[in-house]
Design a protein around this ligand. Structure first.
Ligand code: NAD
Length: 264
């Protein structure tokens, strides 16, 4: 299956983690890629590994919080070939108690995760609107739908993205542009490894995630491809969760399952 043959796909934050896996999966389905990231070395590595597999891929070192750089990068990409798909994935996270969040940290998270996503989405949508077609997929989070202590700034940024997604979907539907979001739960990535040790992650999964494990990026990327593809032609304004069951409700512990007659 090659749903994206000759399609021009822009992905932000694609140098590593989930963004790189999304790039890999789009490449596998024939897409021509333009990767945007602020990490020069990781970006160069990501590009050469995709090129080794025969993908038509280029990259731009850009910080999504710099509006003029974002606009220049989007213009250049669209001049090369009309952009069909935007995956707005770049994001950062820090764990800090609400009472201890400093102004600088608050601003940085909102700047990258929400304002940066807005800059890229607006620049790309202004191109798509003229052609009356396109698909935009935002990387929100399960934390944009439900709180988690220690992440007030991050949760607020992702909740903002959820409503940005829905409002863009409302305004752009008449122009043939679909806008959706993916809301993953805990995914094993370099960012996650920076935030939590392996022991903390395992304990968290056992306590809170019904599937009792975290996701691999390979399990999240297909949702982006689905939402960007014609398979999702009637899907817009949606937020697809992939969270191992976390948002389904309170995870039953072993003794509850035993009382219910399950032997696990
Ligand atoms: P990661 O740190 O491994 O990768 C993020 C990429 O974004 C990096 O390559 C980084 O350089 C890039 N980036 C960060 N700030 C940028 C900026 N200002 N401009 C351009 N590029 C920038 O992280 P990840 O875990 O793969 O996360 C990717 C996205 O998924 C983020 O938006 C994150 O919030 C979201 N997410 C992650 C998880 C998780 O558990 N890992 C869960 C839900 C949502």
């Amino acid at each position: 299956m090659a749903r994206f043959q000759n399609k021009h796909v822009i992905i932000t934050g694609a140098a590593r983690g989930i963004g790189f896996e999304i790039a890999r999966q789009f490449a596998r389905e024939g897409a021509r890629l333009r990767l945007l990231d602020r990490r020069e070395d990781d970006l160069a590595q990501a590009i050469s590994s995709l090129q080794a597999g025969g993908t038509d891929v280029t990259g731009v070192v850009v910080d999504v919080t710099k509006r003029s750089d974002v606009i220049a990068a989007v213009h250049a990409a669209d001049d090369d070939a009309p952009i069909d798909v935007l995956v707005n994935n770049a994001g950062i996270a820090y764990e800090t108690g609400f009472l201890n969040i400093e102004e600088e940290e608050w601003r940085r998270i909102i700047d990258v995760n929400l304002t940066g996503a807005f800059f890229v989405a607006q620049a790309v949508a202004r191109k798509m609107v003229v052609r009356r077609r396109g698909a935009i997929v935002h990387m929100a989070s399960k934390n944009g739908l439900d709180g988690e202590s220690g992440y007030a700034h991050y949760n607020a940024s992702k909740a903002g993205l959820v409503l940005l997604t829905k409002t863009m979907a409302l305004e752009l539907a008449a122009f043939g542009i679909r806008v959706n979001a993916v809301c993953p739960g805990y995914v094993a990535t370099p960012l996650a490894a920076e935030l939590d040790s392996a022991e903390v992650t395992t304990a968290f999964a056992e306590r809170y995630i019904p599937q009792e494990r975290v996701a691999r990026p390979e399990e999240i990327a297909p949702l982006f491809l689905f939402l960007a593809s014609d398979d999702a032609s009637f899907v817009t304004g949606a937020c697809l969760t992939a969270d191992g069951g976390q948002l389904a409700g309170q995870k039953p512990d072993r003794s509850t399952l035993a009382r219910l007659g399950y032997s696990v």
